[in-house]
Design a binder for this molecule. Structure first.
Ligand code: NCD
Length: 313
């Protein structure tokens, strides 16, 4: 599972359906399914991660699989390539490898180096497929579209550092495939016109957040990724943050999302992220996204490993 771009809508819906069935088990640690009993999942994270690594680990455990973490392996620091690290981990006899790297497309190189299924836990600015799936599921759940996962007529504004965001790339692919209309919102340096390549004919780039917010059923805020070289003007917060004041413009019942980690006070205010500062039935889904993340990764692991009862579209 390397990316969502090009994945069929049928496959997306099958994975989301499987996520729904996993949710009950994902929330109760004592309730371990045994569909991946005897299997071993390796996590190889060459970038920091709290949610993705933690939820892949919990997901594997809740399906009865063992987990071995190679994230502290310093062989790449000694000059070993990612491909060699992946071959080494494969040679130990694992059943799936979850990879995260700062290099765009690293998951493709990893998958080419091994017969073992590779799951992309985020590779540079390329893709973050399980995040895209969890965002799609969380949105469908919040607005009552679980039946059929059809997002026709739903407008999603993806706001901020789109240029450096693998979350935006995977999210835009999944949401549009399910029928949503996506607007990319941000300043020219973070949402260059070339980002239009992520959009279908219905999608658009918008520089005016206040205009976009008045149309959006969901606002997905992105972290400004300073570690990938993002630079912002002194007016960034004023123009592109989801502040408490700006959140008052959210439509009735609109939802706020953020993949985390958040630069609180930069792209989003604390009272918006925790929902306490929202009005008119608007809701924050930030923690629900995290909870759904475990179920999505259970579905993704079963899909890739073909566990008993696996959903294989
Ligand atoms: C994202 C990531 O790592 O791409 N976080 C995550 O997986 N929850 C987004 C980010 O780091 O801003």
């Amino acid at each position: 599972m390397l990316g969502l771009r090009g994945m069929s809508a049928d496959s997306l819906r099958a994975l989301l359906g499987s996520t729904g069935r996993m949710l009950a088990h994902a929330s109760y640690p004592g309730d371990v399914l045994e569909t991946l009993a005897g299997r071993t999942v390796a996590t190889v994270f060459f970038e920091n991660s709290t949610r993705t690594r933690g939820s892949f680990t919990l997901a594997a455990q809740r399906l009865g699989a063992g987990v071995v973490d190679f994230s502290n392996a310093n062989s790449t620091a000694k000059g070993e390539s990612l491909a060699d690290t992946v071959r080494t981990v494969s040679a130990m006899g694992v059943d799936a490898i979850v990879v995260r790297s700062s290099r765009s497309g690293a998951s493709i190189c990893a998958a080419a180096a091994t017969q073992v299924p590779v799951l992309n836990g985020g590779d540079g600015c390329h893709e973050h497929p399980t995040q895209g799936l969890l965002d799609a599921f969380t949105l469908c759940e919040a607005i009552g579209r679980l039946d059929g996962f059809d997002l026709s007529g739903v407008r999603v504004a993806i706001v901020g550092d789109v240029l450096h965001s693998r979350v935006a790339r995977s999210g835009a692919a999944a949401l549009q495939s399910l029928g949503a209309t996506v607007e990319l919102v941000g300043p020219g340096p973070l949402v260059p016109e070339s980002m239009g390549a992520l959009l279908n004919d219905a999608g658009s780039i918008e520089r005016d957040f206040d205009a976009a917010i008045g149309r959006a059923d969901a606002v997905m805020m992105l972290r400004v990724q300073f570690e990938r070289g993002a630079a912002v003007a002194s007016t960034y917060r004023e123009r592109y943050a989801l502040t408490r004041e700006r959140a008052l413009r959210l439509r009735e019942g609109a939802v706020v999302m953020h993949p985390g980690p958040m630069n609180v006070g930069m792209e989003i205010d604390a009272e918006v992220a925790d929902g306490s500062g929202l009005a008119r039935g608007a809701r924050s889904l930030v923690l629900r996204q995290v909870a759904v993340g475990v179920a999505v990764r259970m579905a993704a692991l079963e899909w890739c490993l073909g566990g008993v009862g696996a959903c294989r579209p």
